[in-house]
Design a protein around this ligand. Structure first.
Ligand SMILES: [Zn+2]
Ligand SMILES: [Zn+2]
Length: 170
């Protein structure tokens, strides 16, 4: 995902696609496909980059263990500053502010930024959907598509009185 910033005119669009691996919490890897579309605009001696990142990663649901595609869409906002051409503003410490020095650095690889922007949005425990019922802890049945009788069997009759009281309140 190399941008040739030295050749960017007043305003230029760009787009990239990339596929890469992400390490999961469980120590496995997940395949991520990312599409980046953006523009670079020249403002004085600075370049402003705005890009949208659309990604899709194949994860195993942490509750039901089914594979699913997790979509994460984020945005990138970067400011490039040419050394010597403009005053270095106060925000130079800002992580989104990138100082371009030698001409060789006019080629800028935005892939690490794209990857980082996706990683920041990844949930620690990805689930296929927010109301995923997961697997039954007794029989292993996927409770999204099937029900099992374990929960009925496990019910303690001593709680029945309380359960009746609670259901009356509804
Ligand atoms: Zn699930
Ligand atoms: Zn069960």
């Amino acid at each position: 995902m190399m941008l040739d910033l030295g050749r960017m005119e007043n305003r230029e669009g760009f787009s990239f696609r990339n596929e890469f691996s992400i390490e999961t919490e469980e120590g496995g890897t997940a395949r991520c496909r990312a599409e980046v579309e953006g523009t670079v605009a020249r403002r004085g001696g600075r370049l402003l980059l705005e890009a949208s990142v659309e990604s899709s990663t194949e994860f195993e649901c942490s509750r039901c263990l089914e594979n699913f595609e997790l979509r994460i869409d984020t945005e990138l906002d970067l400011v490039f500053h040419h050394e010597g051409r403009t005053e270095v503003p106060d925000c130079v410490e800002d992580e989104d502010f990138i100082l371009l020095t030698g001409t060789i650095e006019h080629r800028y690889d935005i892939f690490p930024r794209v990857r980082e922007s996706i990683l920041l949005e990844l949930p620690i425990k990805p689930v296929c959907r927010s109301d995923c019922k997961g697997l039954c802890s007794s029989c292993g049945e996927n409770l999204n598509s099937n029900s099992c009788i374990c929960s009925e069997k496990k019910t303690d009759p001593r709680w029945d009185v309380l359960r009746k009281l609670l259901s009356k309140e509804d």
